[in-house]
Design a protein around this ligand. Structure first.
Ligand code: PEP
Ligand code: MG
Length: 556
């Protein structure tokens, strides 16, 4: 029977499909003893699970081809290693369950590999993956990590970390639902980057059974479990009508009376560029370079690799703005070689620009790579620092850019309330500001952006946050400089109008949101946006602010 659940909608659109859960780490199976007469049956169960996992790995290899096929076939051979299977049998014969026998036999083999030189030690992760697959199969729980599926699915997870997302196949994920996370969590950001509908902060989502059909409405935050045919048809036609209306509005971002507000894309690397171009992005307002650093958390990517990635993005927008943000590591994006392991409160610790100033070599390599990537291109790139707290931070960053010989516009992100409060002082050192409203909300309301329980305070409609946006935009106007928004606030079409009314000069967002923002902005004059902004700031809560702005913009 159809049931309805409600979370926070964070990425527009409708997704209908079967649920697959993101598997959590395989738990250690209990070390209980089985009676001797059950040993044979358990040994059979273990062998069956090994065979099934090996066959599955080979089948996946055949589908994938290339290098991946070799890796998967090698894993299938590991699973079927006769010595390992003999060890599992021995352990079951003396009283282990099948899952415990597999778990312990792999642990012994793992210890051997880990001590057998660098090459074999490098295979430990593959071995762990094979063990997890066999144990999960025996326990009847989902495979750990990204679901194994060749069919498109709706992904349900507790939350998604940037490292998980690197493994997702975007052609298979129809939509996301997460139990944790708020509108600014990485699950939300990733969903918008992929252009798939998403709902976050839905605590009951973990209980929806694997394989159940759900319909996700990323605008309203509703999930219909086992939707009726009528419901499915109704949602699909509403979504198609919305898409058709959107594609009718094209061109640069502007209000109905021609006040220009460039609409830029947030990208994580060259892979996001095609979607940005297709959405008609006028440039890139936030290139999150930390995604280049996720492959290897032990060292930075080489200067060469960085030059290649920066150049690919810069070349895609030869006449447009491209704002590259230097590495923002720490807190929710830790990197082993940069992030202190023992901070009691990483979000308030050495992250963002702070960690780059502690590791000037990493910053220098990034700036040199950017400088090389921009050689010969018709416009200078722009570069900005995350987590600027004060003028000293802004100066240290601008000095580092100059020392690296980088010809670019230097900017500062406003993500810490102190930076908004003293924006004019920061603007003495840099040429532009970019509001990172995700972190700005986190620090203004002392509300961790990864914690679903405080998502109310992460709502960018909070009037206190709007006040800080207004302060920053006014400071930039007084200094004759620009102030954009590149946090998730910019991707909410109604809020985009309010931000415009507050004096923000550009809006940067996941490519999939651009058509929604463009179409909404084009319906209102600058004066209406300004009135909506004043009404929202006069409210006492995020909900009231939203309603007040809505009333102004709909002419009530
Ligand atoms: C922000 O904090 O708003 C921002 C754009 O940076 P990130 O989401 O990458 O922390
Ligand atoms: Mg940030």
């Amino acid at each position: 029977m159809e049931t309805t659940l409600r979370g926070v909608g964070v990425s527009h659109g409708v997704a209908i499909g079967e649920v697959r859960h993101m598997g959590t780490a395989v738990l250690e199976p209990p070390a209980k003893q089985i009676p001797a007469d059950e040993a044979e049956r358990e040994q059979g169960r273990a062998r069956q699970a090994v065979e099934a996992v090996a066959a599955d790995l080979v089948a996946r290899g055949n589908l994938a081809g290339g290098e991946a096929q070799h890796v998967l076939e090698a894993q299938a051979m590991m699973a079927q290693d006769p010595e390992l299977i003999a060890d599992v049998d021995r352990r079951i014969a003396v009283g282990s369950t099948a899952e415990r026998g597999v778990y312990d036999a792999f642990a012994a083999y793992r210890a051997l590999l880990a001590n057998a030189g660098e090459y074999l030690a490098g295979r430990v992760a593959d071995l762990d993956d094979v063990r997890n697959r066999i144990v999960a199969r025996l326990l009847g729980v989902p495979m750990p990590g990204v679901p194994d599926s060749d069919e498109p699915y709706v992904l349900i997870a507790r939350d998604l970390a940037p490292a998980d997302t690197a493994l997702l196949d975007p052609t298979l994920v129809l939509g996301f639902v997460t139990e944790e996370g708020g509108p600014t969590s990485h699950s939300a950001i990733l969903a918008r980057a992929l252009g798939v509908p998403a709902v976050v902060a839905l605590p009951g989502a973990g209980e929806i059974a694997e394989g159940t059909v759900v319909a996700v409405d990323g605008s309203t935050g509703e999930i219909f479990v086992e939707p009726s045919q009528e419901k499915r048809a109704e949602m699909e036609s509403a979504s198609a009508a919305r898409k058709a209306a959107l594609s009718a509005v094209t061109g640069p971002g502007a209000t109905s009376d021609g006040h220009k507000v460039p609409l830029l894309a947030n990208v994580g690397g060259p892979g996001d560029v095609p979607a940005a171009l297709e959405a008609g992005a006028e440039g890139v307002g936030l290139f999150r370079t930390e995604f280049l650093f996720l492959d290897d958390s032990k060292q930075a990517p080489s200067e060469e690799k960085q030059v290649e990635a920066y150049r690919a993005v810069l070349e895609a927008f030869p006449e447009g703005r491209v704002v590259v943000r230097v590495l923002d590591a720490g807190a929710d994006k830790p990197l082993e070689f940069l992030t202190p392991a023992d901070e009691p409160n990483p979000a308030l610790g050495v992250r963002g620009l702070r960690s780059l100033l502690d590791h000037p070599d990493v910053l220098r390599t990034q700036l040199t790579a950017l400088s090389r990537a921009a050689e010969g291109l018709p416009v200078y790139p722009e570069v900005m620092a995350p987590m600027v707290a004060d003028r000293a931070d802004a100066k240290a960053f601008a000095d580092a850019c100059r020392e690296a010989g980088l010809q670019a516009k230097f900017g500062a992100m406003v993500e810490i309330p102190s930076a908004a409060l003293r924006a004019r002082s920061i603007l003495q050192e840099v040429e532009f500001l970019s509001l990172g409203t995700n972190d700005l909300a986190q620090y203004t309301f002392a509300a961790d952006r990864q914690v679903g329980a405080v998502s109310r305070l992460q709502d960018p409609w909070q009037p206190a946050l709007l006040d800080l946006v207004a302060l920053s935009a006014e400071a930039a106007r007084a200094e004759g400089k620009s102030c954009g928004v590149c946090g998730e606030a910019a991707s909410d079409p109604l809020l985009a109008c309010v931000l415009t009314g507050l004096g923000v000069t550009s809006l940067s967002m996941g490519a999939a949101s651009i058509p929604y923002v463009r179409a909404t902005l084009a319906k209102h004059t600058l004066a209406q946006c300004e009135r909506a902004a004043s009404a929202a700031r006069a409210a006492d809560s995020a909900d009231e602010a939203r309603l007040a702005a809505q009333a102004v913009l709909s002419g009530e």
